[in-house]
Write a protein that binds this ligand. Structure first.
Ligand code: NZQ
Ligand code: ZN
Length: 393
C-alpha cells in the first residue's frame, strides 16, 4: 500500500429535519452576509428554499439569493455570482442543491477571495491562494461535492468542462436529509447512484498494492449502493435506501475509498467531462456510457484486479482463468447499469458521434495532445479516441 493523507473536515449533519440546524450552522461561521445559491427550480418547488431563508432570518443572518444553476454549471453564472457577492458584501456561500450548485458555489467562493478571473484556476494557469467559506444543503446523492475538494465548471466559450481540486474549497458543513431526495426523478436517482459507484471504482481500479481494509470498504460500498438504488427506484420514499445513497455519495468521494492507493485512475471522468461539456448530458449517465468500453480496453493490463471486482462486488462465478472472470464482471456491471435505465453506449444518449467529433473529443480530452489520462493504463490521444469509438454505439 501507499502512504496517504486523509482530510475530511466537513461537519456533517445527517437525518430527517437536519435542515432545522441550518440557522445555527451558518451563524457559527461568523459571517456578515450569505449568498443562498440554488438551481433550476426543484428547491423552490419543494419549499426547501423558503425553509432555509426562514431559518437564516430567524438566526439573524442577512442573505441574498441567486438561482439558475444548471447541470454542468456555467462560468457565466459563476461570474454573475461573484459580481453580486462583491456588490452585496457576501462572505459565505450556502449551496442549496446538488453537485452543480455546490460546484458553482465553490467557484464563486474562489472568485470573491482572489483578484484574478476565476477561470484562470480551472484552466490551470494559476493556483488559488484562498477560498471563501462554503456550506451545503444537499438535495441529490451523486457527485459527492459536499465533502470533496473538487468543483467542475463549464466555460461556454469553447464548451470546456474543467475541474479544480484544492483543499481550500471543502465545505465547512453539509446538511443531509435523505427525505429531500424523495422528489428526484428516477433518471437522476440512477445517474447519481452511478456517479457514486464510479467515484469508488475509479479509485478501486489501480495497479498498486492496496490496503485490504480499503478494498473491503470499497467493495461493501459498491454492493450497498447497487442494492439501495434498486430499492429507491422501486420506492422513491424508502428512507433507508435514500439514506444509504446519500451517505455513500459523501464517502465515495471524500477520499475514504482510496486510502493507501495511488489516487485512482479517473479516465472515465475525463472522458465524460468532454462529453458533458459539449453535449450537456447528466454526468453519471455519461460515465456509464463509457465505462465498459474503458474497462474492456484496459482489463488485459491486470485481469486479476478485474476478477477480484467480479467476484467480490458483482458476485459472479469465477471462470476458467482471471480473464474470463474479469469479462464476466464487466458484463455484469454493464447489465446492472442497463437495468437501472442508464446508457452503456454514447449513442444511447441521442448522440451520434461522427469521426470528426471523436477526434475533437480526444484532442480536447488529451489537452490538445499534451497529456495522457488515467493510471491503470495511461491513455494518449489515440487511445482516448479508440475508447470513444468503442463506446460510440
Ligand atoms: O436544478 P434543479 O431544479 O434543482 O434540478 C436538479 C438537476 O436538474 C435535479 N435535482 C436536484 N435535487 C433534486 C432535483 N430534482 C428533484 N428533487 C431534488 N431533490 O437534479 C438534476 C441534477 O442536479 P445536479 O446538481 O447537476 O446533479 P449532480 O449532483 O449529479 O451534479 C453533477 C455535476 O457535478 C459534477 C458533474 O460533472 C456535474 O457537473 N461533479 C462534481 C464533482 C465534485 N465537485 O467533486 C465530482 C463529480 O465527479 C462530478 O464531476
Ligand atoms: Zn463523478
Amino acid at each position: 500500500m501507499k502512504n496517504f493523507e486523509y482530510y475530511a473536515p466537513t461537519h456533517v449533519v445527517f437525518g430527517t429535519n437536519a435542515v432545522e440546524k441550518i440557522g445555527e450552522l451558518v451563524r457559527a461561521q461568523g459571517c456578515k452576509k450569505v449568498l443562498i445559491h440554488y438551481g433550476g427550480g426543484s428547491a423552490k418547488r419543494s419549499g426547501l428554499l423558503d425553509r432555509v431563508s426562514a431559518a437564516l432570518e430567524q438566526a439573524g443572518v442577512a442573505a441574498v439569493q441567486l438561482g439558475g444553476v444548471v447541470p454542468n454549471p456555467r462560468l457565466s453564472l459563476v461570474r454573475e455570482g461573484i459580481a453580486l457577492c462583491k456588490k452585496e458584501g457576501v462572505d459565505f456561500i450556502l449551496a442549496v442543491g446538488g453537485g452543480s450548485v455546490i460546484d458553482s458555489s465553490k467557484a464563486i467562493a474562489y472568485g470573491i477571495a482572489n483578484d484574478c478571473d476565476v477561470w484562470e484556476f480551472y484552466a490551470k494557469r494559476q493556483v488559488p491562494q484562498a477560498c471563501a467559506p462554503v456550506g451545503a444543503v444537499l438535495t441529490i446523492a451523486a457527485a459527492g461535492s459536499e465533502m470533496s475538494n473538487s468543483s467542475v465548471i463549464t466555460n461556454e466559450d469553447g464548451w470546456l468542462k474543467r475541474g479544480l481540486s484544492s483543499e481550500l474549497s471543502r465545505c465547512k458543513f453539509a446538511v443531509m436529509d435523505p427525505t429531500l431526495t424523495y422528489t428526484l426523478p428516477a433518471y437522476q436517482t440512477a445517474s447519481g447512484a452511478s456517479d457514486i459507484l464510479m467515484h469508488t471504482m475509479e479509485r478501486y481500479f489501480t495497479q498498486v498494492d492496496t490496503l485490504p481494509l480499503t478494498d473491503s470498504i470499497a467493495e461493501g460500498l459498491l454492493r450497498s449502493v447497487m442494492h439501495d438504488v434498486r430499492a429507491a427506484l422501486d420506492n422513491p420514499e424508502d428512507y433507508d435506501a435514500r439514506a444509504g445513497l446519500m451517505w455513500a455519495s459523501s464517502l465515495s468521494h471524500n477520499g475514504l475509498t482510496g486510502c493507501g492507493t495511488d489516487g485512482g485512475d479517473w479516465s472515465c471522468h475525463q472522458l465524460e467531462h468532454e462529453l458533458g461539456g459539449k453535449y450537456d448530458i447528466a454526468h453519471g449517465a455519461g460515465l456509464c456510457a463509457v465505462w465498459s468500453s474503458w474497462a474492456r480496453t484496459v482489463m488485459p493490463a491486470n485481469p486479476a484486479r478485474f476478477a477480484k471486482f467480479a467476484v467480490n462486488v458483482m458476485g459472479v462465478e469465477p471462470g476458467a482463468d482471471d480473464v474470463e472472470t474479469a469479462n464476466r464482471g464487466i458484463d455484469a456491471m454493464e447489465a446492472f447499469f442497463a437495468s437501472i435505465g442508464m446508457p452503456t453506449r454514447i449513442g444511447q444518449m441521442g448522440i451520434d458521434l461522427s469521426e470528426e467529433d471523436m477526434r475533437e473529443l480526444a484532442y480536447k480530452c488529451s489537452f490538445m495532445n499534451t497529456r495522457k489520462i488515467g493510471r491503470f493504463v495511461p491513455l494518449d490521444q489515440q487511445a482516448i479516441y479508440e475508447v470513444y469509438k468503442r463506446a460510440r454505439a
